[in-house]
Design a binder for this molecule. Sequence first.
Ligand SMILES: C[S@@+](CC[C@H](N)C(=O)[O-])C[C@H]1O[C@@H](n2cnc3c(N)ncnc32)[C@H](O)[C@@H]1O
Length: 427
Amino acid sequence: MSLDNVEKLLKDAIGLDRETVGASTVQYAVKQRMAACGATDAAAYWRHLTTTEQELQELVNAVIVPETWFFRDPKAFDVMTAHARARLSVSQPLRLLSLPCSTGEEPYSMAMALFDAGFEAGQFQIDAIDISTRNLAGAAHAVYGRNSFRGADIDFRARHFEKLEAGFRPHAAIRDAVRFRLGNLLDPAVPPSETIYDMIFCRNLLIYFDRDLQHRALVRLKQMLATDGLLLVGPAEAGLMGLHGFSSLRTPMAFAFVKGGRVTAPADSSRPQPTAVSIAARAAPRTAETGARPTPSRRPFSPPRALPAATNAATDERPTAAAGDGLSAIRRAADAGRLAEARAAAQGHVEIHGPSGDAFYLLGLICDAENNLAEAAKHYRKALYLLPDHPDALAQLALLLRRQGDVAGARRLTERLNRLTERSVRQ
Ligand SMILES: C[S@@+](CC[C@H](N)C(=O)[O-])C[C@H]1O[C@@H](n2cnc3c(N)ncnc32)[C@H](O)[C@@H]1O
């Protein structure tokens, strides 16, 4: 058995792209599975893998990245509820899809956000699909530990969860609002082709596909989406959307798109929408934010938060007003998917203002969005050299390492991020 054969099998089965996840991820999963089924040599394992459907599923379970948490990219949920309000007169119950749903944090967050916005159980239905039986079992069990609650704003936990000895479980109303199913985004029969959704969350999956499969997946998502429906993707996937006939809603940090050239979604009447100006205002005066409670975030292209005691290893990292404005403009270009422009501007920023953790972080994100993982990792590391407590750089580099199969490296960074979060919550 060669690893190439296994990689091809995985690519055909679930679209996994070796270049993205890294050969060592596949190698590690194969080793785990060989040990689990007592295969003494590679040839025996290959026979088992190619003759038993269940083993392919187990290998898929072992190789995929389950990383997820409640209210990941919180702005996406604000946009979802605003859109839901506008759609209610057209479509009732509203149909929502979380694909991939991993261990359930995303679809349960959708349900919590809708209940919090005043929707009733009968007004919406959430389907949640994933290819991993292991993750779906976790979603059905629905008991969540610390890793599923990240960031400082976890007030929703007190409202929607009961505390058990092993963790926190969403109340029955939340669990009942979600229907979980096993399925593959690349399978034309999943979900049934006649199902049309008002909103689809397809976040942090397309990054694992190569260009061809990204295209296939986006064609499929377009078919499943209502004419005025909303598609929400992951930060590193936003750059793809323009190429596939979607238009950005231009709500920073929501990564929300509609089909075609029209942008029709309403503004959220219940909450103030962040504007480019408000982002710029928050981004520039890092020192003025001192004292604000930091919220470690995994919202790429968003400005970094007030960092607890962020120490600079090499430079005085206080941006001047001009430098801060420049970074805001770069973020806006990146948010809008103008990646080449954003990269050139970020490089120019370093030339003019000197090395800066924030500029390197943005360069990392831009390379990440372009699938240039090696360069992205270099930039995140430079950002962390300058600002060791940069929460977003820590989170993004951890995700990237995990995608490349460096599980231990990713874990070290996640632990660093957790310590930082705990420290900031105590302050
Ligand atoms: C990183 S998680 C993303 C979860 C969630 N959407 C989020 O952004 O937090 C990726 C998930 O994609 C699932 N997955 C991988 N390939 C898939 C495919 N072809 N179809 C459906 N799910 C897939 C994995 O099992 C894993 O749970």
